[in-house]
Design a protein around this ligand. Sequence first.
Ligand SMILES: [Zn+2]
Length: 201
Amino acid sequence: MIRADLHIHTKYSPDASTDPKVLVDRLNAHPTIKAAAITDHNTTEGYLKTKELAKSYPDIIIIPGVEITAIEGEIIILGAEELPPTPWTVRRVIEFARKNNAITIAPHPYRGYGLGNLTKTYQIDAIETLNAITTPEANKTAETLAKTMNLPGVAGSDAHEPDEMWVVYTEIQASPDVSEILGAIKKGAIRPSWTEKSIRF
Ligand SMILES: [Zn+2]
């Protein structure tokens, strides 16, 4: 079983400060969480830097990701190292992900920039039902949405600073391998979880 924080920003997001070096050091030092998806806003540069640094750490896994600001709201792609072609509509982003064996997640659907009830009109692969910087009420509504759509629920810290990382995470029934992890998320062999640091839950 793998424990992964599936939503982390680095300083390559305009609103975040985490240096990729700090990220890999802290992931390496963490006793149980050993995987992280780098989901910067509209760029994979932070992921590429982090992956490069992670080469010297055999025990950690960096999952490629990006949080795309689509016209209708935000959508996360996991598993693609490149950006989808513009214009970024949710439909086109999903199409791109499918073609590239990547998966899509609706992050914090009931917070600002979330897709809200519009999520129901798309063939998304998973819903972020536990986002560490979203209110418990909005996370609850996301959980209900995931149940209604019969989709797996994932957890991500949405950390923009180092101390925000790992407060929530997803338990994934997979071996330490990116494509296995993505497959397990898609088929729902996962469970959102949190640490005592996340007092909001
Ligand atoms: Zn985010």
